[in-house]
Every structure is written in C-alpha cells, then in structure tokens.
Design a protein around this ligand. Structure first.
Ligand code: ATP
Ligand code: MG
Length: 429
C-alpha cells in the first residue's frame, strides 16, 4: 500500500468544515482591515528564499525542499509565504500604486523538519503583508488584526509577546554583547548555536535545545541596546496597543526564526499545547524588499500556522464549527419513483436546497438509514401512490412528523419547514 509522505496530513471530507470555517473567518477579518487576497506559486527560484529568508535561518540552512527541474534550474517549494508575496509586489510594479499595499494569503508551505505534534513537512499558513508604511501605527494595526483573528477562533489561553530586535545599526553592538556573553559557554552549546555564534548570534536566542536554553535565559536584552529611533518606535507601538486594549507582554527572548526581521517582532503563544504553542508569529522586515532588489520599502506582516491553530483550538477546547448537512434526502421505492426523485432533487438544487437521492439502488429502509447518517433534516419518499398523486411523503427527521406535500411545493415546504396550506395529514408513517 502506498502511504502518505512523512510529515503530511490529509484533510478528510469529515474535517473539511473546520478548515472552511477557519478560512471563512480569516477572510472576513482580513476584509475588515482592508486586505485583499494574493496567490503566488507553490515553488519559486531557490535564490528568492536564500536571499529573502536568509542563509543563516534554520529554514534555508536545513529545511528547504530544493530540486533541479528538467531545465536545470534550482527550484524550492515555498517554506513560508512572505518571500513570494514580496517578489510579486516587486515584479508587478505594485510599489507605484497607492500605498500601503495590503494583502493576505492562505497557502501551503514545505519544510523538511522532524515531524511531531504541530510540526509537519507540509503545513498551511494564513498570512498578512503590509508594505510601504513605517509608522508605529502600522505595527499596531497588524498586531490588532492578528489579535482579532485569534479571538474569532475562540482562543482564550493565548498571550501576545512582543519585542524589538532593533535595526542593523543598533543590532551590531548587541551582537557583540551577545558574543561576549555566550563565548565562555560555547563548549557546552549545540553545534547549530556554535555556527549561529559566528554568523548570526541573535539566532541563538531562538534555539529550542534545552541545554542552550539554560544559557539564553540570562543573555543581555536587545531592549537595552536599541537606538533612539528604534526605542521611540517600540514605545509608540506599545502605547497604541495599550490604547486599543490589546494585552501584551514584552518578551526579549522573541527573535523570530527568519533573518529578515527588524524592530517589532511578536508571537501569539498558547499555554495549552506544549512545546508547539506558537500559533502566529510576525514582525517588521524593513530590509526585505531592498534585499530582493526593490527600492527600500518598509514592510510588516505575520504568518499563522493553520494545523497549529486547529491543534491549539482542540487543546483549549475552543468551540469548533459543525459539519454542514444536506437538507433533504429523496427516497425512491421503484425505478419510476427513483427517476422522479432524481428530477425533484435537481429542482430543489435549483432552488438552493442541498439534497441527495439514492444512487445505490437501496431498499427504503436502507435509504432512511443513509439519510440519517448524512444528517438530512427531511426525507421525501416517493412510491407508486405518490407518483400517481404528484405528492411526496415528507418526514421531518427532527420531529418525526410526516406530511404529504405536492411535488411543486416541495422546495417551499423544505425552506419553511411547515405544514402545507390545506393541512393534510400523513397517510404513511
Ligand atoms: P517554530 O519556532 O515553531 O519552528 P517558526 O519560527 O519556524 O516556528 P514561522 O516561520 O514564523 O515559524 O511560521 C509561522 C507559523 O507557521 C508558526 O508560528 C507556526 O504556527 C507555523 N509553522 C511553522 N513551521 C511549521 C511546521 N513545520 N508545521 C506546522 N506549522 C508550522
Ligand atoms: Mg521553525
């Protein structure tokens, strides 16, 4: 038997409603904040990610799905959504349209990771991108958007953690301070952290290794190294969030896993889901667009893992959506009445009523059983007698009441769910 690749998951029809409800709520919230959808390819030139996400990030250094296509081009399955959006923004000249540019995406992403709860190789993200605005209000609005999004999903145990990782100018001093702090402990730290020490010491703060975490706890804080402008920016973001009554905790250990971040970074973390509690992460990346060849353009955004969101919703016992059921099942008792049921089903669908009829040549009893399983509210039975009268025998599965309804009035009856005008009672039960 051929099995699904490691780290992937099927969304089966019985679970689809959960995904659809999440996507619907996310799209609705995005519209409230003035975001339009953007769709970009699943794969891009590898260089986009190595330049955009950064060579020293975990993603680029070890998690990418990269291959040569038949034309010998190095192609990579997108490990995140931002780089593709940034490329599309530049390539389509969107910088010359009125700014800010606001777009959201719902996409799959691919990372070669060790699969575990909440950590997959194919996963899905909802993300938002805001380009062209460098004001603290842009940061605050994006965070409010993320906060509103998570509220819609009924999460109670998530907290918002924010930090500022400064700009390239003030970060240089901080890197030195981090190096001085970690140097004596390097021998006891993981191999990755020894590489990070040389290439990007900030990244050490993001290490998930328990041993390394012991040392990161006492590391100097970036907040003590912020330059005047970065400090001022962060102060205003905090003030605006407080004004908007969005609760947050300043957490200097939040640095984010991608190289392109500057200034504000944030995560929404649930304490209900163990190690993989980060549902949503984001921040400012003022250097990204110029890094990809555009003129300097400030940018900010976030990404939310949908599988993680579902996992956290389950862990928190947040109320989930209910599956949608077919409204009516049309049962036929013989060949002619089955054909009539087929036709009536078409008519009901044309009236926007969801319905099914028998495609399995089942007995009436088995058809009722099936109708029950699919959660049909009404079952309309058609047999010889009904055919002759031009009426169906309709059973309301909720109240168990049966009524005879004119074929022509079936749609109206099902929509209103009440006794037909002349109040005829059932003659078959
Ligand atoms: P982590 O620290 O958990 O590895 P990250 O910093 O790599 O996360 P981002 O690149 O910021 O994560 O991605 C944004 C969101 O996407 C995460 O907060 C998480 O919800 C989700 N996510 C990231 N990697 C995975 C994965 N392998 N499987 C499922 N969801 C993921
Ligand atoms: Mg990661």
């Amino acid at each position: 038997m051929i099995q699904i690749p490691k780290g992937c998951k099927d969304v089966l029809p019985s679970q689809a409603h959960i995904w659809q409800s999440i996507e619907r709520k996310a799209r609705t919230e995005a519209a409230r904040y003035g975001y339009e959808e953007i769709r970009t390819p699943v794969f891009e030139h590898t260089e986009l990610f190595s330049r955009g996400v950064g060579e020293t990030s975990d993603i680029v250094s070890k998690e990418m799905y990269t291959f040569l296509d038949k034309g010998n081009r190095s192609i990579t399955l997108r490990p995140e959504g931002t780089a593709g959006v940034a490329r599309a923004f530049i390539e389509n000249g969107l910088a010359s349209e009125p700014l800010p540019f606001k777009a959201y995406y719902i996409c799959s992403a691919y990372r070669y990771e060790r699969p575990q709860a909440g950590r997959l190789r194919e996963f899905h993200q909802f993300g938002a991108e805001l380009y062209g605005a460098d004001s603290p209000a842009a940061d605050a609005e994006v965070i409010c958007f993320a906060n509103a999004l998570l509220k819609n999903f009924g999460l109670q145990r998530v907290s918002l953690r924010i930090n500022s990782i400064g700009c390239p100018h003030c970060r240089a001093d901080y890197h030195e301070a981090l190096k001085n702090y970690f140097r004596p402990h390097l021998g006891e730290m993981c191999e990755d952290c020894r590489t990070r020490f040389e290439k990007n010491p900030l990244r050490i703060l993001d290490c998930k290794n328990e041993k390394c975490k012991q040392f990161t706890a006492g590391a100097p804080s970036m907040l003590d190294y912020l330059c005047h402008d970065c400090r001022d920016h962060f102060g205003q973001v905090k003030d605006l969030l407080a004004m908007a009554k969005v609760k947050f905790v300043v957490d200097p250990s939040i640095v984010r896993g991608l190289d392109y971040y500057t200034r504000t970074v944030f995560e929404f973390v649930s304490d209900a889901a163990g190690a993989q509690g980060t549902v949503l992460g984001g921040g400012r990346y003022d250097g990204l667009l110029s890094q990809l060849g555009a003129k300097p353009t400030p940018a900010i955004g976030f990404g939310m893992g949908i599988e993680r969101l579902i996992m956290v919703m389950e862990a928190e016992g947040a109320e989930k959506s209910k599956p949608r059921h077919v409204k009516c099942y049309l049962a036929g008792m013989d060949e002619r009445s089955r054909a009539e049921a087929f036709l009536l089903a078409q008519k009901l669908r044309a009236e926007q009523i969801s319905c099914e009829c028998d495609l399995m040549q089942r007995s009436l009893k088995a058809q009722f059983k099936y109708a029950d399983k699919i959660g049909a509210r009404f079952v309309a039975v058609i047999g010889e007698e009904e055919l002759a009268l031009g009426r169906a025998q309709v059973k309301d599965m909720k109240t168990s009441r049966s009524e005879s309804v004119d074929f022509d009035k079936l749609a109206q009856y099902i929509k209103k769910g009440r006794v037909n005008e002349n109040g005829e009672r059932s003659f078959r039960s």
